[in-house]
Structure formats: C-alpha cells, structure tokens
Design a protein around this ligand. Structure first.
Ligand SMILES: [Zn+2]
Length: 580
C-alpha cells in the first residue's frame, strides 16, 4: 500500500498531463491561520515530529558570534564617524527601543507539526480530518513544508494524494510551492519535470514561476532554456535583477563568457543594477584565468561601483581579493584594513583621496543646491520667494562664516536644559575660539517664552550673526546655502541628515558631490553636554568610494556583521597592492 502511494513525480506528470486547471489566481490565497486552531489526537501524533525552525537557530547563532566578535573589537585609532559610520543608526534605533523582533508579528518560537515520512492517502485524510480550516489544508501544509525545508518525498506524497482525489489535478499554487522546495534543495530532475508540466499546462506563468524555473534550470544541461524564459518574462514585464543574475550565473557555469557579458550589459542598459551575487559570479569565474579583455571588464565593474557609490558586501569583497591575487604574474596582495582618521591606509601607507571638493566641483554643487534646494520650484519649496530674497541679502551683507548652526535642531538634543541656555553656551564657546558663527533659527525663538529667555537670546545675537526665518519655513535649506556660500572652510552643525535635500538634487553626480561635501563639513558633538567643553568628532578627511592608483586599489566594503543604513559609510576596506 505504502509503495503504491509513494509515487514519484514522473507518475504525477502522467496524472496531470494535459489537464488544464482554470482555478483561482494563486495570489488570492492567504495563510492567516492561527496555530491554536490545530488539534491532533494522540494517535495522529506518531506521524509528526516537532520540527524546530532550523534557519532561525542559525540566525541566532550568527548573531551571537557577531556580538562576540564586535565586542572584542577595538576602535582605537580608527576614523569612526558617529553619524556616518556603518552600524551607528542601527545601534541608535535599538537604544531608542526599536528592537528588530518587535517589527514582526511572527511568534518567536512556534514548532510546527509536520510528517516525518511520506504519508499514504488514508493518513493524509486523517490529518485533514483533524484540521479545522479544511478548505486551506493542502496549501497550508505546503507552506509549512517550504518553511521548514521538508523532504521532497514527503511533499510528493502530499501532491500525490491531492492529484488522486482531484482527478489528477494539482493547482498552480501547489505546483509553485513544490517547485520552490525543489529549487531550494537543488533537485534538478524534479525541477525539469515540473518545468515540463508547466510548459504543457500554462501558456504564460506568473513572474514567481519564471524566476523559480530559471533559478532551478541553470544547474541542468537544459540551462539554455532559461534564456527562452527570460524572453517570456520580457513579454509581460521587465525581468528582475535576479532573473538576469541567474541567467548570467548559468552562462558562466557553462563557460559561455560572451553570453554572460552580453546579459550584463543588457541589464545596465535597462538601468537594472546587478546584485552582489552577479558581480561576484564574474570575479569567481575569472579566478586564475588569463584573459586581458575579461580582466579589463572586471576593473570596469570596480569603477562602476565607484561611480555609483556602491560598497560590496563581504563575500563579494573576498572574491575580489581572491581574483586579484590569482592573476598570473601580477603579484597582487590584498588585506582587510581600517583607515586612519588622517586618510592613511594602515596596510600600505598610501593616502586615500581627499573628501574635499576641488573648486570646480564646489562651485557646481553650490549652484545646484541653490537652484534645486533653496529655490527648487513649488514642489520642494518650503519658504516664500520674499523670504529667500531677505535671506540672500542678509548673507551678502555678512563676512564668510566658519560655523553655521541650526539653532532649533541642536538645542533639541538636550530636552532637560532650556533651549536658549544651550544655544548661548554653544555660541559663546565657539565665538571665544574666534569662530565667525551664524545661528539660524525661527522667529518664535525671540518671543521670550519660557524655553527661550529674552536676555539669553539677546546675548546670542550680540556674539553671533543670527537669521530668524518665518515659523513655517524650512531652515535646512538656509543652512546649506549659508555654509556653501561661505566657502570650503565653513562647517555646519546639526543632527539632521539632510536626506530630503539630497533627494531633491536631480542627478546622481550632484547627489554624490553633496554626500561627499556633507561628510566633510557636518560637525558632530563628541560627548558634549551644556556647560561642558565642546569637542567635535573629527570630520572625515578622505573619500569613501572605491579608488585606485593603478598599482593599488582601496575598496570600502560592508562587513557581514554590521547592518548599515543607506546614508552611512562602511568602516572596513579592502587594500590591494601590487608587490614589486
Ligand atoms: Zn592600502
């Protein structure tokens, strides 16, 4: 009996052959079932085991290892910038109480009851009998099997039972579920069988179906058919970076270099940014291969990362290192380093590119900020033309500033201290050091109410230049303009990250210049508290992008253990130098 029911996919294929199933769209299925709904009698429990969520345990272990590594690390002599360094924002959000687990509603430990061996039809019927929501049982069970990476034979026994009771029909959603399981376990023969079934039964598939088939077929001798599937996707939508990436991987696996590069360039032409695995596949493929053209293209990939301010992940950085070191006769040597705050590489002693803009870049950025941010049309404007005019006149009447302060923003950092007291303390300390200071604020700061004492604000106005905008105005734009207008030596003080403004800048080149300028000009307190001496965190002096001198490469990359927000920069670098 058991052997009869343990049918393999090929027999299923016979059962399903040429039966078109017009069932509901797979997208309509939802699985919002509570575990408490399911009760199994003692008798049924012998078919099941408590399958612990294995992947979750790996994650937990990795997290513990990461924690152990990071707690052993010394930040001495490094150039960690508190605002922009990788991981800072993550730490900050955790301090504020936004724990990652709280963002999800999954139960933290929910063992699921799954069969430990293939079941026959009678056994499946019994299981279903005890399941409350009978109409979703089959799909729910498949979901669990995927979630806990169940054995293919057990999944097949489920499909076999379903096919038998439905005149050989297994719906699309279940087929996709089974395919997902086969792909994750790289069961190539099974994948080809499902592919054949799908080709026969459906004219077109959903994107998920194509994606899984491409992913599964690249390892088989029918990998070229992934290109047909890619063309099929193009008929309905733009292929994803993953679709292209998988086809490229297939081509490289089968040593079709030209095809792989053609697909890569096609992606770039469609402005689809390849994922790290795709870039990495090229470097892994080229390991130890002597091919000048291939080598030039790999270096072009590194320049592409530079131009797009992209930071490789750790596995990709590792592949880059291995590839360089494998180039015959070139004697490259790579190592992972931290850059000294002066911008000097601690491994090779070279100085990294300066973060400061040259005069041409500076002038270009200044004009764009003025045009796109301060006077950026109604879409972005948060002030009136009259006020912009008033501000421009004010700036022209002042000498260049050394420090521009966002008055409201910095005083908000210390909620227990009266705002005007904080502002006065900061301004008096900075002006005593002979800095030319501009305080930007809003008109309400002058109304003499409790948080803003009149005498303290008068003292601030006597020590520094002050501009108070209308209460509705957005003062960041004024801050950027005043700083840029004062020249390259001028810095600005705010906790604001200016992300909105960066987004207003219309092209990538300006965005990159802005980011570089921001990192080189934004001041951040180092443990300041009102009344205590102000010390600023040192401002980055070097540019955090991929860079080369011909016989050296420096590549900032993301460590596995650090979660970096998009506006932060990595602290780890790969230093590659050619040995003489
Ligand atoms: Zn170096």
């Amino acid at each position: 009996m058991m052997t009869l029911l343990l049918s393999f996919c090929r027999s299923l294929q016979m059962l399903w052959k040429n039966r078109l199933y017009p069932g509901s769209s797979p997208r309509n299925w939802t699985f919002s079932v509570l575990y408490s709904y399911f009760h199994f009698s003692k008798k049924e429990q012998r078919y099941f085991s408590f399958t612990l969520p294995f992947q979750r345990n790996i994650k937990a272990t990795n997290f513990l290892i990461s924690k152990a590594i990071s707690s052993n690390k010394s930040d001495k002599d490094t150039s960690r910038h508190p605002l922009f360094s990788a991981g800072t924002a993550k730490k900050k959000s955790e301090i504020l109480g936004y724990k990652k687990d709280q963002q999800h509603c999954f139960p933290s430990s929910s063992p699921v009851l799954l069969p430990t061996k293939p079941l026959n039809s009678e056994e499946w019927e019994k299981v279903k009998e005890n399941f409350e929501q009978k109409n979703i049982f089959e799909h729910w069970m498949m979901e669990q099997m995927i979630k806990y990476n169940c054995s293919i034979d057990i999944a097949k026994s489920l499909l076999s039972w379903i096919a038998r009771k439905n005149n050989g029909i297994v719906d699309y959603k279940l087929l996709i579920g089974y395919l997902t399981l086969c792909v994750s376990q790289r069961q190539t023969a099974e994948i080809i069988d499902v592919y054949e079934i799908m080709k026969t039964r459906y004219k077109t598939l959903e994107h998920e179906g194509y994606t899984l088939l491409i992913q599964g077929l690249i390892h088989s001798d029918r990998w070229r058919e992934t290109l047909i599937l890619l063309e099929d996707i193009k008929k309905i939508m733009s292929p994803s970076k993953r679709n292209y990436g998988d086809c490229i991987k297939g081509a490289l696996l089968h040593r079709e270099m030209n095809l792989a590069w053609n697909l890569y360039f096609e992606m770039l032409n469609h402005r689809i940014i390849p994922n790290w695995e795709t870039f990495q596949a090229f470097f892994d493929f080229a390991k130890g291969v002597k091919n000048n053209e291939f080598e030039r293209r790999l270096l072009d990939i590194l320049l592409y990362l530079r131009n797009n301010q992209m930071y490789p992940n750790e596995p990709f950085a590792q592949s880059i290192k291995i590839w360089f070191e494998s180039i015959p006769e070139k004697k490259w040597k790579g190592e992972s380093v931290i850059i000294h705050k002066s911008g000097q590489c601690l491994a090779c002693g070279r100085m990294l590119e300066s973060i400061h803009l040259n005069s041409e870049e500076y002038e270009f950025l200044k004009q764009r900020v003025l045009k796109d941010i301060l006077d950026g049309g109604d879409q972005y404007r948060k002030t009136t033309p009259k006020e912009i005019n008033r501000f421009e006149k004010f700036i022209k009447s002042c000498p260049p500033f050394d420090i521009v302060i966002d008055g409201l923003n910095v005083t908000k950092m210390f909620p227990k201290i009266r705002e005007s007291e904080t502002l006065l303390d900061i301004v008096s300390q900075l002006t005593k050091q002979n800095f030319q200071v501009l305080v930007l604020g809003r008109k309400h700061m002058l109304n003499g109410r409790s948080r803003w004492h009149k005498n303290e604000m008068t003292a601030v106005q006597n020590m520094a230049y002050c501009f108070f905008a209308d209460n509705v105005s957005e003062d960041d734009a004024f801050l950027l303009y005043a700083t840029l207008h004062s020249g390259n030596q001028c810095r600005f003080l705010t906790r604001d990250l200016m992300r909105d403004h960066k987004a207003c800048l219309t092209d990538e080149k300006t965005q990159q210049l802005f980011f570089r300028w921001q990192q080189g000009h934004q001041l951040v307190f180092l443990n300041y508290y009102p009344g205590k001496k102000i010390i600023f965190q040192s401002v980055l002096t070097y540019n955090t992008v991929v860079q080369t001198t011909g016989d050296s490469w420096h590549i900032p990359y993301d460590e596995n253990i650090v979660e970096r927000y998009s506006y932060e920069v990595p602290t780890k670098w790969l230093c590659l130098q050619q040995q003489n």
